[in-house]
Design a protein around this ligand. Sequence first.
Ligand SMILES: NC(=O)c1ccc[n+]([C@@H]2O[C@H](COP(=O)([O-])OP(=O)(O)OC[C@H]3O[C@@H](n4cnc5c(N)ncnc54)[C@H](OP(=O)(O)O)[C@@H]3O)[C@@H](O)[C@H]2O)c1
Length: 332
Amino acid sequence: MPSPNLLLTGATGFIGFDVLLKALEEGWVVRAAIRSISKSGSIVNHPKITALGRSDRLSFVEIPDICDQNAYEEAIKGVTHVVHLASPLPSPFLDPLTAIYEPNINSVNAMLRAAAKEPSLQKLVIASSVFGNSPFPPDVSQHITAEYRVPNLPGPFDSMMPAYCGGKIAATNAIDTFAKENNPSFDLAVVFPGFVFGKDQRALKIEDFMSSTNRILLGIITGKDADSPMPAGAVHVDDVAKIIILALKDGAPRNIGTTVPHVFDKAWDIVEKHFPKAIETGVFTKGSQATVPVNWDASQTERDFNLKFKTWEDMVVDTAGQYLELSGKEKA
Ligand SMILES: NC(=O)c1ccc[n+]([C@@H]2O[C@H](COP(=O)([O-])OP(=O)(O)OC[C@H]3O[C@@H](n4cnc5c(N)ncnc54)[C@H](OP(=O)(O)O)[C@@H]3O)[C@@H](O)[C@H]2O)c1
């Protein structure tokens, strides 16, 4: 096996698995850092991976605790590029402080610490979020781009959204401080995705599909009325993964927004247009997710990379289509 040149964290996740596929397709030799080595089998034997025929370019390293400040010291050795995605999303089932806020900030600090010591490193790409540089709670009067920054949140981090936003903001600010104080020999890029939707490349059955942010979208088209409003801003998983791979290249911008404006409940109109039979047969029923308007502008990324982001309609069609496919229900 050739020596790995790309360390990827979060490869078992929604975005990370798509990044892994694209990286292997592009010819990268990937060392995937995973929480438990027992998960390597489900990646290496996944039909999408075997179909590529590049398993000889994929190896694994176990990192049981991403908050350990020495977590990545061994894993990063010898690679030229890193994509850091591993961190928890907001979840009511996780302790907000220790299982959401702390892993989001501590894993980034651990990665920066390892990167600073690795002479072979040329580029480190880190996933933040549109929440990582936005006022919390959202403020629609503020025009936000990837260059915009907000001060760290004071806490307390005792519920999932403040904990997630606080962790992402602290991590974004820690990256800036690191770059300013250390003048690193490698390049840094930070990617700011909106809510991510679209075809989940990992999913082989319907339960797999529900483990991603797609479940928010699915709620709207399967009759669930969400309790709390969510900020606007969404991106197709294919776009985020593509942009993360592009961010590895020399000359890519330092701050990269990946989000388009959207209104959650318009998902229903899109499903009515594309899947009328699934509505007729009761597979899709109308739910609701209120949207808080946000003025986050990622159009610079379209100009920088000469591409057009997929639309909310594309995300809904791909997610609803995969749901129908995996649940064995006929597309209209
Ligand atoms: N999905 C979105 O809407 C969205 C939007 C903006 C930014 N992001 C960011 O993009 C990154 C990837 O998101 P995703 O949607 O791919 O999330 P995901 O599907 O939940 O995957 C998260 C990945 O991080 C790993 N991970 C989570 N908590 C961990 C912990 N405490 N210790 C070790 N590993 C841990 C998971 O490993 P296991 O499989 O072992 O759990 C998995 O590989 C995250 O940084 C997230 O904040 C996501």
